[in-house]
Write a protein that binds this ligand. Structure first.
Ligand SMILES: NC(=O)c1ccc[n+]([C@@H]2O[C@H](COP(=O)([O-])OP(=O)(O)OC[C@H]3O[C@@H](n4cnc5c(N)ncnc54)[C@H](O)[C@@H]3O)[C@@H](O)[C@H]2O)c1
Length: 254
């Protein structure tokens, strides 16, 4: 179980479904964790429930200064970082492309794209001091497929696929690996929001529509996503960079 002993990993969006499940698994594997999210309360409660190898901090990933402060505080607490899980994300407001205005595009890109870019840029000096490491970005099936009504979200997740590949190519020579996990619909808050926005009050019908396109016939769980995240953040994945892992119950196989 203890294959992350002595590893120091920073997580964004750690109060959300995937972030919390991953934090719990990484902690069980022995990692030191700095858990961050927009509001302190959720991550502080999570850190308290884990123990002394976990710390919490409020970080708005769309702020370059917050990303800088996150890495500085993490390094001051547990030393140079070995892993960075850039997981914070927003679905934004859902609607037809034609009617989606700048405010929605800007907000989704600020979090899902610039938030990831700022995180990588801020973390590199610390990762180098730690002797290399693993950067993992939460993309989505929306990073490889279109989805009606979700144009800013889909474009943002395609954007981080390109960012991941370029960063992997640039940073490989320094022993820094960069990968994405690409979940399909996950049984958590974000999917409830997407279902309800697509057809207000008819979320269950929207879910049935999604399930019809998923070979395993179900959404994946936060814990299933966390299992792959934990693998890619660990040295068990030492030969893997520039890769994207679909955790989508087969959704993109057809
Ligand atoms: N839920 C799904 O079906 C699904 C599918 C594919 C990909 N994803 C991706 O998984 C990641 C995690 O989402 P989740 O499913 O756990 O949903 P979630 O909504 O439970 O978690 C997202 C977290 O990101 C945080 N966040 C949002 N904006 C932020 C900001 N500006 N600064 C800091 N934190 C911010 C939220 O507070 C929240 O805790 C996201 O990147 C999401 O796009 C989710």
């Amino acid at each position: 179980m203890a294959h992350l002993n002595g590893r120091h990993i920073v997580i964004t969006g750690a109060a959300g479904g995937i972030g919390e499940a991953t934090a719990r698994l990484l902690y069980a594997h022995g990692a030191h964790l700095v858990l961050t999210d927009r509001e302190l309360d959720g991550v502080q409660a999570l850190a308290n429930s884990l123990g002394e190898r976990a710390a919490a901090m409020a970080v708005d990933v769309s702020s370059q200064a917050d990303n800088q402060a996150m890495i500085e505080a993490a390094e001051a607490r547990f030393g140079p970082i070995h892993g960075l899980f850039l997981n914070a994300g927003t679905e934004g407001r859902i609607g037809p492309l034609e009617a989606t205005d700048d405010a929605v595009w800007d907000q989704v890109f600020a979090v899902n794209v610039h938030g990831v870019r700022y995180g990588i840029q801020a973390a590199l000096p610390s990762l180098r001091r730690g002797g290399g490491g693993s950067i993992l970005i939460t993309a989505s099936v929306a990073g490889v497929r279109g989805s009606p009504g979700l144009s800013p979200y889909v474009a943002s997740k395609h954007a981080v696929m390109g960012l991941m590949r370029t960063a992997a190519a640039e940073l490989g020579p320094e022993g820094i690996r960069v990968n994405t996990i690409n979940p399909g619909p996950v049984d958590n808050r974000m999917m409830r929001s997407i279902e309800d926005q697509i057809q207000p009050g008819q979320g269950d019908a929207v879910k049935e529509g999604f399930l019809g396109r998923i070979p395993l016939g179900r959404y994946v769980t936060n814990e299933e996503v966390a299992a792959t995240a934990s693998f890619l953040l660990s040295d068990s994945a030492s030969g893997i960079t520039g890769a994207s892992y679909m955790i989508d119950a087969g959704m993109t196989a057809q």
